[in-house]
Unconditional design. Structure first.
Length: 170
């Protein structure tokens, strides 16, 4: 392939190069302008933008409200978690104290400890010579007289008969 240099070649386009020195401005290339077309029945641009702004504002407000509710819920959960942790640590501490007190109580209620305390108080064990026996073959009787203040008249007799029936059934 051979390259030919000629006056029509781009490298030797003297007319374009000399336009800077000439007094007539070069012809400007005009770009075609896009054509605007109206759509019949369309809404005005101003009305849709205000509606769009109202919807956008409502959406942003809802997002902020939901975010606030979520943050508030997390705050409450963290407070409750910390109070539960404090309660559990207090419970563990009280269980340890309870175990220590139960051990101390078992030691204090031991038979040997009670016997030692009784001896220090001047008490001693009974022997068979000190035991007294009572005969309980004839139980004691208690009689209540009817001379006390009570309900008189018909109501009193009904109450007495009711008491007698209860005593019989008992």
């Amino acid at each position: 392939m051979a390259y030919h240099t000629s006056r029509e070649s781009v490298a030797y386009d003297y007319d374009v190069m000399l336009t800077h020195f000439s007094r007539t401005p070069p012809e400007e290339v005009q770009q075609p302008q896009p054509q605007l077309q109206a759509i019949p029945g369309g809404k005005a641009r101003e009305g849709t933008s205000s509606l769009f702004r109202a919807k956008t504002l409502a959406t942003v407000m809802m997002v902020l409200l939901v975010a606030g509710v979520i943050l508030h819920s997390y705050m409450l959960v963290s407070q409750l978690t910390s109070s539960v942790a404090r309660g559990r640590s207090e419970l563990d501490e009280l269980e340890a104290i309870n175990t220590a007190l139960l051990t101390k109580q078992e030691y204090a209620l031991n038979d040997e400890t009670i016997e030692e305390y009784a001896q220090q108080a001047g008490m001693f064990k009974l022997d068979n010579s000190q035991v007294e026996w009572f005969e309980m073959s004839k139980p004691d009787k208690v009689e209540v007289s009817g001379t006390g203040v009570g309900i008189g008249g018909v109501l009193g007799s009904i109450m007495q008969s009711f008491s007698a029936v209860l005593e019989y059934l008992h």
